[in-house]
Ligand binder design. Structure first.
Ligand code: KE4
Length: 437
């Protein structure tokens, strides 16, 4: 099966040209299709649940800019807010009322936070959350989990050391070993490793950072017992529990994954929360938040420095605020969750009919699927699924007008603009792609 049909000629030409002036032809690696092969589609425009590429090919979009486009592309209320804000001014480098409104809106939906600081990317928010946790506790060490991605700040580009005694090794060139020497990488959902790490390092731990539903391993849930134990150990040892909700925040539920876990663990709250994607509505905007007492450590009040020229940008905050106001409307997440569930049920039925081992899961507007007999519970289990079949399925769907995440290790996203007809068309495309894969 050719993975580049003739309809990609303009994308192919643009990709060739892009590689002259931009490394790899892209401004973020996953867009280059290197995990799945073939020519990345250069997108010309998008509307509702659809994108059109440079060759005029139409796709049902399940990337949604990797999560932000929860309303679909070009929602009229959001577009109106952005255009008005742009007319009032792009950026002032001074405080604005809308930053207060957005901060209040975020705090309104996330009971665990009393104050937020707005920044321009999830990386910046996660990096700042680590620095804040270290400043607030006076400790240096942190725990992250294999398979979780928290942006590309140096201290977080780290892979597991050999055993619990040795701390992390850099996953990227350009990150000196001493920068990741305080980062311990544990197995996701591995309670025993967690217990041992706290027994060995508890008093030195500033924080534990986790993706509560790991969308950077496609879709892997932290088990309720694991989250319960994590919360207990952090509290017991005075380490701060950081929920990286850049992907899950306002996406899996209005209150994010912490709201989902609080249903199973009454009273559950992380200490620090990191947000991005949805809160910007597609514009560069992210945030981190926690108690007022911890946030007082931040400049200009406290000793933990953090800053940004475009933090709280007037146009980005208009986009984010309009988005949050729409998704806060009654019934929004219930409807989104139902649409997403109908998608994965349809895909699962199609795979079953094709006799293909397939496992899928969703929460709110986020979903994932694997070519394997059961849902993986950790990164090694994700690696053990059939990546080659995933890649063939990806291209089979792309050729049939369905744009899925171009990598096994990525989640998928449904918007409020996806109609039952779009879901049915997607499932129909899957029937063909599964036969071909
Ligand atoms: P950004 O710096 O890309 O805005 O956010 C970093 C980040 C932090 N935390 C989580 C849980 C994330 O998923 C991300 C970014 N997600 C990727 C998708 N896996 C963005 C896509 C890309 O890298 O181009």
């Amino acid at each position: 099966m050719s993975i580049d049909s003739p309809s990609t000629s303009r994308s192919a030409a643009l990709f060739e040209r892009a590689q002259q002036s931009i490394p790899g032809g892209v401004n973020s690696p996953v867009r280059a299709f290197r995990a799945v092969g073939g020519t990345p589609r250069f997108i010309a425009r998008a509307e509702g649940p659809y994108m059109w590429d440079a060759d005029g090919q139409k796709y049902i979009d399940y990337i949604g800019s990797w999560g932000p486009m929860i309303l679909g592309h070009g929602h009229p209320a959001v577009l109106e807010a952005v255009l008005k804000a742009a007319h009032d001014g792009f950026s002032f480098g001074a405080p604005t009322e809308r930053e207060i409104e957005l901060a209040e809106e975020i705090i309104r939906h996330v009971p665990s936070i009393e104050q937020v600081r707005l920044v321009s990317s999830g990386t910046e928010a996660a990096m700042s959350a680590i620095r804040l946790a270290r400043g607030a506790t006076g400790r240096s060490k942190l725990i992250k989990f294999e398979g979780c991605y928290h942006g590309h700040a140096d201290a977080l580009l780290v892979k597991a050391g050999s055993g619990l005694a040795t701390f992390g090794h850099p996953t990227s060139a350009g990150v000196p070993p001493e920068v990741v020497q305080h980062t311990l990488v544990l197995g996701y959902n591995d309670i025993e490793q967690l217990e041992a790490a706290f027994a060995q390092h508890g008093p030195e731990l500033a924080c534990v950072m986790i993706e509560p539903i790991a969308g950077n391993m496609n879709f892997v849930r932290a088990s309720v017992p694991f989250v319960k134990r994590l919360r207990e150990l952090c509290s017991q040892h005075g380490a701060l529990l950081v929920f990286d909700e850049v992907m899950t925040g306002f996406r899996v539920a209005l209150g994010g994954a912490q709201q989902v876990y609080a249903r199973a663990l009454p009273g559950f709250r992380p200490d620090i929360s990191v947000f991005g994607k949805v809160i910007g509505g597609g514009m560069p905007l992210a945030a981190f938040g926690t108690s007022r007492q911890i946030m007082q450590q931040l400049a200009p009040l406290g000793p933990v420095y953090q800053a940004g020229t475009l933090s709280g940008n007037p146009v980005a905050t208009a986009c984010g605020l309009a988005t949050l106001r729409e998704i806060a409307k009654p019934g929004f997440h219930e409807a989104l969750a139902a649409t997403t569930r109908s998608l994965i049920d349809g895909l699962s039925t199609a795979a079953h009919e094709a006799g293909v081992p397939f496992a899928a899961d969703s929460e709110g507007g986020m979903f994932g699927f694997f070519f394997g007999s059961e849902l993986p519970q950790n990164y090694p289990a994700v690696l053990a699924t059939d990546k080659e079949r995933f890649n063939r399925f990806f291209h089979g769907m792309l050729e049939r007008g369905v744009y899925l995440a171009p990598a096994l290790y990525e989640a998928g996203f449904v918007s409020a603009a996806h109609s039952p007809a779009d879901i049915a068309a997607t499932v129909q495309a899957a029937r063909g792609a599964l036969r071909a894969a």
